[in-house]
Design a binder for this molecule. Sequence first.
Ligand code: GTP
Ligand code: MG
Length: 196
Amino acid sequence: MIIKSSSYAVSAVKESQYPKDNLPEIALAGRSNVGKSSLINTLLKRKNLARTSSQPGKTQTLNFYLVNDEFYLVDVPGYGYAKVSQKRRQEFGEMIQDYLETRPNLKGLIILIDSRHQPTKDDIAMYEYAQYLNIPILVVCTKMDKIKKSQINKVMSGLKKHLDLSYDHVTVLTFSSVTKLHVAELGDWIEDKINQ
Ligand code: GTP
Ligand code: MG
């Protein structure tokens, strides 16, 4: 995929605020701090379009980024952030579920998992939940620049131990926003899904 243009479009917490131009959308979900906003910036070759932070919990709304006037990337608030109150966490959960379960424009979901750790309970719950959405899923192992070559097999077998990756609608990619590992493959996956 060639990126010709990208811009921040809108932030939403409910359906009435979602974009109304009926373009396809690809959403990104993952634990807080896993690298969702960084992946968006890397793919779009923008330094700080999606706001990133070493402090988890930065993204608190569904943030829509318009790409090539053709589709939206949707940055979803990260889960598993302990400092968020129970009530707030429930509101986040409902907002995310509402979007994922009712949005007809949603053509694919990217689930990011930190390659430095085993999938967390929240990662596993998200992945299992996503199987019911009936859309293509891309599992992205982030921060691969932090992994020694000799550890890569261990990362993949740890992932397979916790997640059933054998479904036809599931693709797996290793990724790094630092080295740009597999950024082209990421773009190809998205292009394929928005054109289906
Ligand atoms: P929330 O918005 O809180 O859900 O976090 P997020 O998933 O958007 O994470 P974000 O992109 O803000 O990245 C969190 C931290 O991880 C930042 O300090 C990034 O610089 C760092 N980071 C993201 N991707 C990579 C990567 O591929 N490699 C390395 N080494 N660091 C990364
Ligand atoms: Mg973010």
